[in-house]
Write a protein that binds this ligand. Structure first.
Ligand code: SAH
Length: 241
């Protein structure tokens, strides 16, 4: 009988038949001392390119854990709907929630945006990227969304790709609902503001961009993390790609 898969891990190594992978310190520690796995037990590995592989623990020595690749479990799927989430950094605890839920909801890329009313100016992008990786491992995605370095709203708008629609979430507006505006295909993104919302001048500045569609998520004022999660749920369920 083939042993059950005990864990899923993201690695950066190439994955292919006959190959093996040495695990980095923290992942080796996780397998050996948290999950208490031993040689002969199996885990799943993915790297965002080569699909998902069954890997058997071959060696647990001082140098780390060596895994031998046994068989491909799933090929790399075509990328899901190409949705980015642009959001202002918010309080610790809540920002991790945005990263985790956005990863589960299939977001391709997470972009941190510093707006006028953003309170949290210092963001540890590496720590957020680790959250994205863990969420991808848990939700059985075969890729990990990139967490981009924080940029100012001006810079984000300046460099905005021509072919990517940008749905800007604005509370207390008479904008159409995201559900009504979201149908269609092609690359797109959401922009959600900080706890204090966007400044009126910012909303005016954003609206100049031809790719922008201002949208509402209903009559209540949602917390930034609620807005991000609710908007992503809508967007990923109606976008074709
Ligand atoms: N403090 C602000 C609310 C900010 S809510 C105020 O009282 O007016 C934080 C962010 O969530 C906003 O910038 C917006 O992007 C999003 N948001 C919250 N509720 C929303 C709604 N009903 N429709 C669209 N976006 C919303």
């Amino acid at each position: 009988m083939i042993d059950a898969i005990k864990a899923r891990l993201y690695v950066t190594d190439a994955l292919g038949a006959g190959g093996s992978v040495m695990l980095a310190d923290d992942q080796a520690h996780y397998l050996r001392h948290v999950l208490r796995l031993e040689a002969g037990q199996a885990v799943a590995l993915f790297n965002g390119r080569d699909g998902e592989w069954r890997a058997v623990i071959a060696e647990t020595g001082k140098k780390g854990v060596r895994l031998d690749l046994a068989a491909q479990l799933r090929p790399q799927p075509a990328a899901a709907a190409d949705i980015w989430l642009c959001f202002a950094p918010i309080k610790q605890g809540r920002i991790e929630m945005i990263v985790e839920k956005a990863t589960e909801l299939g977001t391709a890329r997470l972009l941190l945006v510093i707006t006028r009313r953003t309170q949290m100016q210092k963001v540890n992008v590496e720590r957020l990227a680790a959250h994205a990786r863990e969420a991808a491992e848990q939700c059985e995605r075969l890729d990990v969304p990139e967490v981009a370095q924080a940029v100012t709203l001006e810079k984000l708008l300046q460099d905005w790709p021509q072919d990517r629609r940008l749905f800007v979430c604005a509370e207390r507006s008479d904008a159409p609902s995201l559900l009504a505006a979201a149908r269609g295909d092609g690359p797109c993104a959401l922009l959600v503001g900080p706890e204090g919302g966007f400044a009126p001048e910012e909303l005016q500045q954003i609206a100049i961009l031809p790719q922008v569609v201002t949208v509402s998520l209903g009559p209540r004022i949602l917390r930034a993390e609620t807005a991000a999660i609710a908007a992503l749920a809508i967007l990923q369920s109606v976008r074709l790609n």
